[in-house]
Design a protein around this ligand. Structure first.
Ligand SMILES: Nc1ncnc2c1ncn2[C@@H]1O[C@H](COP(=O)(O)OP(=O)(O)OP(=O)(O)O)[C@@H](O)[C@H]1O
Length: 354
């Protein structure tokens, strides 16, 4: 079941929470709404759910206009960050609840609950109470409960937000696998870019009530449409400067820049991700700048290195793959040379990659 969002505007008093937002969620897609706090993600999710009504615009489920339909008639399943399971009910009863309300036959309810508990990998825990489960298990019960009434789509608002990093990580891959089994159209709110990129087929980056970019995780990461998206994706070295006559003078770097050949200088900002910087023991080009290693942190598959460029009063973050780090055998206070392998330069209204 696809979702079409057309020109949605939502105000709270004088404050515009969503401004003319349009979006298509294809059937069977797992889409992440990603953005900083207050960017309008939850408001949009609540409008899709029917828990909130837009001032302008419409919502369609497939070809059906549901804009004025009440939440209970829309057939959506929800999971929220602090999803309150019924504490006095067992896991089994929590999952069965919606079906009992709909007065489904007992045998059918039993069968479906068992099926769902297997799906969320909680077989054998039906007799427990929520207080006897871990946070991650509770969120899986919440998801089973949302799925019990065969919703037309799933809406998840920071479902793993309250859990610790390791459990979040497990639940992300679990959610992805579950989605591949079920193919229920799902909209997922998160402010965590890693989570969005790992789980979603499509990512929508929001800012101040508007959509900044829509794309696959790869498209958004490799081709951020705006400086905001680049910045929000985090962990980026930012250099301000100008472009002029085929050269970008950004921060300490002078880079060949063929796309702008005019003599008239234009203001520009360059963004270089940590993995786009190279560290060398001796300078291979004139673009390499001398610095001192001030921090070395192994972090998963990469080693994060901070290099201070005293001459420019700057510190850069560089990600080295393990092999490269081993080869360089860096130590604190080593003198090294840093060189950008690639950079993304934004001029107001124009973006180029070099
Ligand atoms: N009922 C309300 N009354 C007044 N303002 C509201 C209401 N709901 C949301 N807002 C405001 O609208 C803006 C968008 O809120 P929303 O919850 O959609 O953002 P969000 O991107 O989901 O943020 P978060 O990640 O913090 O939940 C915020 O500035 C918020 O304060």
């Amino acid at each position: 079941m696809s979702i079409t969002i057309r020109h949605i505007t939502k105000k709270f008093g004088n404050f515009t929470a969503l401004e003319n937002v349009s979006l298509e969620v294809p059937s069977g897609c797992l889409l992440a709404l990603l953005g900083p706090s207050g960017s309008g993600k939850t408001s949009l999710l609540r409008i899709i759910a029917g828990l909130e009504h837009a001032d302008r615009g419409s919502i369609l489920f497939q070809d059906e206009d549901v804009t004025r339909q009440a939440a209970r008639d829309r057939g959506v399943g929800f999971v929220f960050q602090h999803y309150a399971l019924f504490r006095h009910m067992t896991v089994f009863e929590n999952v069965a609840f919606g079906m009992r309300v709909r007065k489904l036959p007992k045998a059918e309810v039993n069968e479906r609950v068992h099926e769902l508990l297997a799906l969320v990998r909680l077989e054998g825990l039906g007799h427990r109470y929520p207080s006897e489960l871990s946070g991650g298990q509770r969120q899986r019960v919440a998801l089973a409960r949302a799925l019990a009434v065969r919703p037309r789509m799933l809406l998840l608002d920071e479902p793993f937000g309250a859990l610790d990093a390791k459990v979040r990580q497990e639940l992300r891959s679990w959610l992805r696998r579950l989605h591949e089994e079920m193919h229920v159209t799902t909209v997922f709110v998160t402010h965590d870019q890693e989570e969005a990129f790992e789980v979603a087929d499509k990512v929508v980056v929001m800012r101040q009530g508007k959509i900044e970019q829509i794309g696959t995780p790869q498209q958004v990461f490799d081709h951020p449409a705006t400086p905001f998206v680049m910045d929000f994706l985090g962990n980026v070295n930012v250099f301000h400067g100008r472009v002029q006559a085929g050269t970008a003078h950004v921060g300490p770097f002078q880079l060949a820049y063929d796309d702008y050949q005019h003599d008239e200088p234009r203001e520009a900002t360059a963004y270089v991700r940590p993995h786009e910087l190279e560290i060398e023991r001796s300078p291979s080009t004139t673009a390499a700048l001398q610095g001192v290693v001030v921090q070395i942190n192994p972090s998963g598959a990469v080693v994060k290195v901070r290099v201070r460029l005293d001459e420019f009063g700057l510190e850069l973050t560089v990600d080295l793959v393990r092999d490269r780090a081993q080869l360089l055998a860096l130590k604190l206070n080593d003198v090294v040379f840093v060189r950008p392998k690639s950079a993304r330069v934004f001029m107001p209204e124009i973006e180029y990659s070099i």
